[in-house]
Write a protein that binds this ligand. Structure first.
Ligand code: NDP
Ligand code: 2IT
Length: 448
């Protein structure tokens, strides 16, 4: 990892001090600022008007109480968040995460990453993120619904199709978006479809949004492999997680001729040397919401392992698609020793800084999350377009646009890295290209 430019060091120091203890946020800001040294060297005007300081400070942070009643009549309190980070390019846009680990620092890291990711899509969307420390695991549909309704009862006053447009993330999928949209509609008495994305197809959702993040990540990595005359064809692939991103990553890898031999959840991982059977994985995870061990129990030849790391499984391509910092420096060394050719981040910041450094030093192709997983939010922006025009596109039409967007993001990252003297460094390329687009818009809008 490049050392930070001294002009940016003061900015970083201030961010670290002002946001004490928010380690994931520190990590995300540090990585971006490390990339910006080459930009300010070339164009010092980006240091004027506290532009970079402003990018690092959310425009608005909302924290609220979310009371709800469980099936036994017991009252619970969770904490709700929405960080409206940057609206220079469009309304705040980014998902909601429901997971017990959620805190302000995690939402801020995700919101900060989202600014640059959304800029890379080339579509008119600002950056934001939200969520709650609510744990959906083991909760009934009724409990999930009451939680979503309570969460939206507070959040609705901060949203709007021109203001802030949430979507899903960990623990928030189609079911939750439905309950959230229903409550928004009820409170506002407006059928404002464009206020949330990831909606069901019967009430304004976009075809291919469910598949978009995983499919998009595979499109990106396929193009990245192409720069070295490789492809997914006959490759062994390991995909961590078994949620929305992981499942549709696996589906597209298979379409491209690769074989996904392992996936996971927080209880462990399964290895299936004949290739993960997608209908069974969807049945276990999407329909029945069971643990990953259930997959191995129902599939002969598959093995469930609850010790060690999924990255111990040898592969040609690794696609971490579960959560932040799930792939450590040790894991990176194991993957490198096993001959990994490429790593594509389906999740947000799944590789630790040390892991990223090891991959870079070993010459492993590395696609950072803010570029590789941008297909989800890009398709959300396509959902907003369809809602604004009261139109509904076919699956093929929508997927074609997704594929074009991902190839363009890849090429932008690659050409930006080259322009700034670091060919093949997609981290640098993504950070710089995303930053420049946001910075130019912010400059045009004045000091706000
Ligand atoms: P899901 O809730 O659908 O799935 C998350 C998966 O990751 C589950 O298998 C879950 O296992 C696993 N996981 C979550 N937290 C942990 C943890 N602390 N340790 C180990 N495993 C964990 O979420 P998504 O698939 O939507 O999101 C996955 C990642 O992709 C996240 O980083 C998200 O921010 C990112 N992302 C999502 C997009 C989207 O459109 N959904 C778009 C871009 C990025 P378990 O069930 O056991 O918790
Ligand atoms: O991290 C992400 O990009 C998402 N969770 C998707 C955001 C969105 O608005 O579709």
């Amino acid at each position: 990892m490049s050392k930070i430019d001294e002009k940016l060091e003061a900015v970083l120091d201030q961010v670290l001090r002002r946001n004490a203890g928010e380690l994931e946020f520190h990590q995300a800001v540090t990585e971006v600022l490390e990339s910006l040294g080459r930009v300010v060297a070339k164009n010092p005007s980006y240091l004027e008007n506290a532009l970079i300081e402003r990018i690092c400070e959310p425009e608005r942070q909302i924290i609220f109480r979310v009371p709800w009643v469980d099936d036994k009549g017991q009252v619970h309190i969770n904490r709700g968040f929405r960080v409206q980070f940057n609206s220079a390019l469009g309304p705040y846009k980014g998902g909601l995460r429901f997971h017990p680990s959620v805190n302000l620092g995690i939402i801020k890291f995700l919101g900060f990453e989202q600014i640059f990711k959304n800029a890379l899509t080339g579509l008119p969307i600002g950056g934001g993120k939200g969520g709650s420390d609510f744990d959906p695991r083991g909760r009934s549909d009724g409990e999930i619904m009451r939680f979503c309704q309570s969460y939206m009862t507070e959040l609705h006053r901060h949203l709007g199709e021109y203001t802030d447009v949430p979507a899903g993330d960990i623990g928030v999928g189609g079911r939750e978006i439905g309950y959230l949209f229903g409550q928004y509609k009820r409170l506002t008495n407006r059928y404002e479809a464009g206020v949330l994305t990831g909606k069901g197809l019967v009430y304004g959702g976009s075809r291919a949004r469910t598949e978009a993040t995983g499919y998009g990540a595979v499109y990106f990595v396929e193009r990245m492999l192409g720069t070295k005359q490789f492809s997914f064809e006959d490759k062994r692939v390991v995909v961590s997680g078994s949620g929305n991103v992981a499942i549709y990553t696996a589906e597209k890898v298979r379409e491209f001729g690769g074989k996904v031999v392992a996936c996971s959840d927080s209880s462990g991982y399964v290895v299936d040397e004949s290739g993960i059977e997608l209908d069974l994985l969807k049945e276990v995870k999407e329909v029945r919401r069971e643990r990953i061990s259930e997959y191995a129990r129902r599939r002969s030849g598959a093995q469930f392992i609850d010790k060690g790391s999924i990255w111990d499984v040898p592969c040609d391509v690794a696609m971490p698609s579960a959560t932040q910092n799930e792939l450590t420096g040790r894991d990176a060394n194991t993957l490198i020793a096993n001959g990994v050719a490429a790593v594509g981040e389906g999740a947000n910041m799944p590789c630790t800084p040390e892991a990223v450094r090891f991959f870079r030093e070993a010459g492993v192709l590395f696609a950072p999350g803010k570029a590789a997983n941008a297909g989800g939010v890009a398709t959300s922006a396509l959902e907003m377009q369809q809602n604004a025009s009261r139109d509904s596109w076919t699956f093929d039409q929508t997927e074609q646009r997704l594929a074009d967007i991902m190839r363009r993001i890849h090429d932008t990252c690659a050409s930006t890295a080259e322009e700034y003297g670091a060919p093949g460094d997609y981290v640098l390329g993504a950070n710089i290209a995303g930053f420049v687009r946001v910075a130019e818009a912010m400059r045009a809008l004045g000091v706000i």
